[in-house]
Design a protein around this ligand. Sequence first.
Ligand code: GLC
Length: 751
Amino acid sequence: MTIVAMACKNNNEISAENYKDDNITSKIDSLLKLMTIEEKVGQMNQYNGFWDLTGPSPKGGTAAKKYEHLRKGWVGSMLNVRGVEQVRAVQKIAVEESRLGIPLIIGFDVIHGYKTLSPIPLAESASWDLEAIEQSSRIAAIEASSVGINWTFAPMIDIGRDARWGRVMEGAGEDPYLGSLIAKARIKGFQGDDLSSVNTIAATAKHFAGYGFSEAGREYNTVDIGTSTLHNVVLPPFKAAVDADVKTVMNSFNEINGVPVTGSPYLQRDILKGEWNFNGFVISDWASIREMISWGHAKNKSEAAKIAVTAGSDMDMEGYVYIEELAQLVKDDVIKEDLLDDAVRRILRVKFELGLFDDPYRYCDEVREKEMIGHPKHHEAVLDMAKKSIVLLKNENNLLPLKKEGQKIALIGALASDKNSPLGSWRLASDDNTAVSVLEGMQAYKGNSLVYKKGADVSVGKTAFVEEVRINTTDKSEFQSAITAAKSADVVVMVLGEHGFQSGEARSRTNLQLPGVQQELLEAVYKVNSNIVLVLNNGRPLAVSWADAHIPAIVEAWQLGTQTGNAVAQVLYGDYNPSGKLPMTFPRGVGQVPIYYNYKNTGRPKNVEGNVFWSHYIDSENTPLYPFGHGLSYTTFEYSNLKLNGSIFNIGNDITVSVDVKNSGDRDGKEVVQLYIRDLVGSVTRPVKELKGFDLVEIKAGDTKTITFTLDKTTLGFYNNQGEYIIEPGEFKVFVGGSSAQTLEADFELD
Ligand code: GLC
């Protein structure tokens, strides 16, 4: 019997029966007293499993060594172990063969679903539907926990303004207000109200911090942002996550201001654990501690260990730094054992709260695994989420929705029959070819004749999560058959965009065009039939300027997960009236990037004297192709009667803003009514617009609803360059509308 079990039996300090009561601290203290330095370091050590790789292949780790360390109690967690059988196998070694029998916490990238996949997070964010987003994370937690996983490395809450960066697909877009609310919804979905329940899992706010500002959008690149951007744009979603009681935070690969985050006491101790009082634990990103050597911030692994543990990195993911260096640093009195104790307390607390000391195998239930994976209710939920994530970008002459009968439809594009790309890049646990394709979704509508032609492959050869995807840039051999089909069709539906592995981690692009020969295919089909509905499948904003200038209807369908085809078909045929709004700006061209709605006015915002001396390009407009918050409906909404409950307020007052929204079309629809402010003058310059409220409302055809918002201290202030939240008196504007670029406006003054 392991010592932990004996301790449970004898002195009841950490007994399973009373683990639920809230004196977890005393149980942790009791356990800590029993632990050797090596066992403490073991809790701070996370190994990758023996199956999937989600980072550079391990140099220091062999399966034999990992099994040996499991037996010694020198492993606190494993990632990429999945399935009840595999989890039980490693948990059994840790619990029944090691001296103390401390259970492992099992982590996995459950980014937008486990086996039944919801849309990629950027797509879900386009729904602006916080309840649906929470439910989507709930489903992911139910499926993941049924296969032994009790910790997800999600939500990724990095603000992203640069579509060249592949991981914008994983976040909530460019706005910190929307991003903060979505972070809270996802964490609530994963963690539920009771972390000790078997269908809830610990969440991770990642990547702390600034990773979305990788220079030039190049993956893993340096980050150089000012304190104003750090405090007003990057950090707010993480503060929201900590306030939502997120159990873990993952640090980021990047440096900020020359200091790798994993070695930054300012970010991890002063702000996260100090000012914000975060009491969970910090997991490094994959080998980010070891990579401080490559950054040129640590001369070797021993120094990397010292810097990281001092800076508040509690667990080393697949880095072999803590396990090989920390114990000696303590023995040589280079670092204090208290640093280890603090990290171990944090880690053990999460394990207690998950109920793992109560029953280490509680997440290993073959019956639940069979029942929960792929449950019909999960498919219903991800289909609902997918429909809500679709954004109608353009719809000239109401080409959409399609007629359900008597039409000859040509469906063109390799992505229309692709059953993998719509699952996105973070689909580690889903099975190949499990997405409902657009072709299958369209075939479910029997009233029209439907001809499908691929037109051209997007990629060539086999693709895999860890390999570069090779794009078809030459093979146009099937253009002609697609053109022939288009010629005789009433309507052409073209599904074009990115391969599933062209976005996601390590998938930065230098151009934002349709990849490969797809643009040529689009123009070739357009020549014979301009009645085209373009359905985009992509993991990032694309610069589809030619399409916007020529194609009458454009639908942003992202990568919508397992139920992609049914969601797209139901929107194209009008069984669901699209309600999505862009969470990230679409540029006219890559040269505009980074481009975002909450930009600064600059000193020369417009051309005043007809000369060239103002902030602009000589070869492009400044405005985006599609702005943040843009999204059309099959009906129309008219805004009027914007009112405030006064014009001069003092800082303590709440300000009420109301607006009338009329559904002036002939079908019911949903609208995301958005409220923005502008603080005209600040000790730190303020953006020309900042989202500070939104309401997703359903309005019946012909009806009008009055929508009301409240502005208060929490929404009118900003962070100064010392990181203090302040509100300054002065003039403000308030804007309300269905997009950041189409609003009514009013003024008020703050005394
Ligand atoms: C990856 C990602 C991180 C992920 C981790 C484990 O490198 O950066 O988001 O959770 O490794 O797969």
